[in-house]
Design a protein around this ligand. Structure first.
Ligand code: TTP
Ligand code: MG
Length: 369
C-alpha cells in the first residue's frame, strides 16, 4: 500500500492578519478582532496581543484587563472571505483533493502530486510563498502521512511554520503532547483520562489497548490507535455530499438545556425544506444512515454526536421530509449527550443526517443481489 502524503494548512491569526495588512497602524499594536462592547467575544488576536494572554473566544472585557492597550478591530467578513478564496484557489492548483475545514484551514492530499516527503516539503514552501505573494498573509503548514498528524505538525511551528511529522520523529514530537490534542478529545474526556493518571499521548500508548477499551470503549480504541500514529481517515472531497444539515449561531450564548431543546426543534421546518430540496433534485438517491446533532460551545469547541441506523429507519424522510416523533426524541437525546460533553453554554446549534457514500450504495445494492 502506498503511504499517503497529507498537508494541513492553517492561516496565522487569520482575521487579525487581514486587519493588520489592510490597516498599517494596527501592525505594531496588540490587536483583537471582534469583542468590543459589554458582551463582546474576541474572534482572534494578533501574536503580540497573545503574549499578554489574549485569546480567541475570550470576553473583550477580560482581554482588556489583561492588556489595557489592546486595540479592537471590527469584523470585516467580506475581506476574510476574499483572502480565503485566494488561498483555496492556490491550493486547487496543486491538488484536486482538498477538504476545507473553515475559511482559513484545509487538508490537502498530496499523494498524487509528490513522490515523497522531501518533494512535499518543497511544494509546501512554494505554496506558502505563493499565498504570501498573492494575499500578503502568512500561513503554517504541516505535512505527515495522516490527517491528525499533519494538523499537529502545522501547529508545531506557528506562525509562518513548515513542519513534517514522519515515523522517525513521531515519538519525540507527538508522545509528549497533551491528550487534548487528539481528535475528539475535549475538556471532559481529557479530565477522565487525567483521573486515571493519563496526561500525554505517550501515557495513553503505555496504557495499552486492552485498558483503553475497558475504560473508554470504542473511543478508547480509536484514541489508542492515534497514540500509535495510526489514522486512516481520508481527505474528504467536497464533491460528494456527506450530510445534509442546518445550523444556527445565536447572538447570545444559551445556558439552559430546555432553551437549547426549544431552539433545536425550531430548526426542523427549515431542515425539512433542505432535505426536500436535496432529494427533489432527484439525480442522487443517497440513502440516509445516521442522525446527528452538533453544538459549538462558548469556548468555540465543537461537539458532534451521531447515531447510526439501518437506512430503513429513515424511509419516512423520503416521503414527507419530516422527522418522526421518535426521531425528534432521539435528536433531543443527542443534544443532551453533546451538552454533557461540552459542559459550557452554547453559541451554535445544528442538526443533520449523514448520507451513505455513493460507492457504498452501489456495493450494498450488489450485496443484496
Ligand atoms: P484559527 O485558525 O483557530 O485561529 P487564527 O487563524 O486566528 O490563529 P492561529 O494562528 O492560531 O491559526 O481560526 C481562524 C479564524 O476563525 C480566526 O482568525 C477567527 C475565527 N475564529 C473565531 O471567530 N472564534 C474562535 O474562537 C476561533 C478559534 C476562530
Ligand atoms: Mg488559523
Amino acid at each position: 500500500m502506498t503511504k499517503s502524503i497529507i498537508l494541513h494548512l492553517d492561516m496565522d491569526c487569520f482575521f487579525a492578519a487581514v486587519e493588520m495588512r489592510d490597516h498599517p497602524p494596527y501592525q505594531r499594536v496588540p490587536l483583537a478582532v471582534g469583542g468590543d462592547g459589554p458582551r463582546g467575544v474576541i474572534c482572534t488576536a494578533n501574536y503580540l496581543a497573545r503574549s499578554f494572554g489574549v485569546r480567541s473566544a475570550m470576553s473583550g472585557a477580560l482581554a482588556q484587563k489583561l492588556c489595557p492597550q489592546l486595540i479592537f478591530a471590527p469584523l470585516r467578513f467580506e475581506a476574510y472571505r476574499e483572502a480565503s478564496e485566494q488561498v483555496f484557489y492556490i491550493l486547487n492548483k496543486y491538488s484536486s483533493k482538498i477538504e476545507s475545514m473553515s475559511l482559513d484551514e484545509a487538508y490537502v492530499d498530496l499523494s498524487d502530486s509528490c513522490a515523497n516527503f522531501f518533494e512535499a516539503e518543497l511544494l509546501s514552501k512554494k505554496i506558502k510563498q505563493e499565498i504570501y505573494e498573492v494575499t500578503k498573509l502568512t500561513c503554517s503548514v504541516g505535512i505527515s502521512y495522516c490527517k491528525y498528524l499533519a494538523k499537529i505538525a502545522s501547529d508545531y511551528k506557528k506562525p509562518n511554520g513548515l513542519f513534517l511529522i514522519d515515523p522517525i520523529n513521531f515519538d519525540q514530537i507527538v508522545l509528549p503532547l497533551p491528550l487534548i490534542r487528539l481528535p475528539g478529545v475535549g475538556k471532559k474526556t481529557a479530565e477522565r483520562f487525567s483521573a486515571l493518571g493519563l496526561k500525554s499521548i505517550g501515557d495513553l500508548k503505555n496504557f495499552g489497548l486492552h485498558k483503553a477499551l475497558k475504560h473508554f470503549g470504542d473511543q478508547g480504541m480509536e484514541l489508542f490507535h492515534y497514540s500509535l500514529g495510526h489514522d486512516d481517515s481520508k481527505v474528504q472531497l467536497e464533491r460528494e455530499t456527506k450530510s445534509i444539515s442546518l445550523e444556527e449561531t445565536f447572538l447570545q450564548d444559551i445556558h439552559d438545556l430546555g432553551d437549547m431543546k426549544e431552539e433545536l426543534l425550531k430548526l426542523l421546518p427549515d431542515f425539512s425544506e433542505r432535505l426536500k430540496r436535496f432529494y427533489d433534485k432527484g439525480d442522487h438517491k443517497q440513502v440516509i444512515k445516521g442522525l446527528f446533532v452538533k453544538i459549538k460551545c462558548s469556548d468555540f469547541k465543537s461537539y458532534v454526536t451521531v447515531k447510526s441506523f439501518h437506512p430503513s429507519y429513515f424511509e419516512n424522510l423520503f416521503s414527507d421530509f419530516k422527522l418522526s416523533h421518535d426521531q425528534q426524541e432521539l435528536l433531543l437525546k443527542l443534544l443532551e449527550e453533546n451538552v454533557d460533553k461540552g459542559q459550557l453554554p452554547i453559541r451554535l446549534l445544528g442538526l443533520g443526517v449523514k448520507l451513505e457514500p455513493r460507492e457504498e450504495n452501489q456495493l450494498s445494492l450488489f450485496s443484496c443481489a
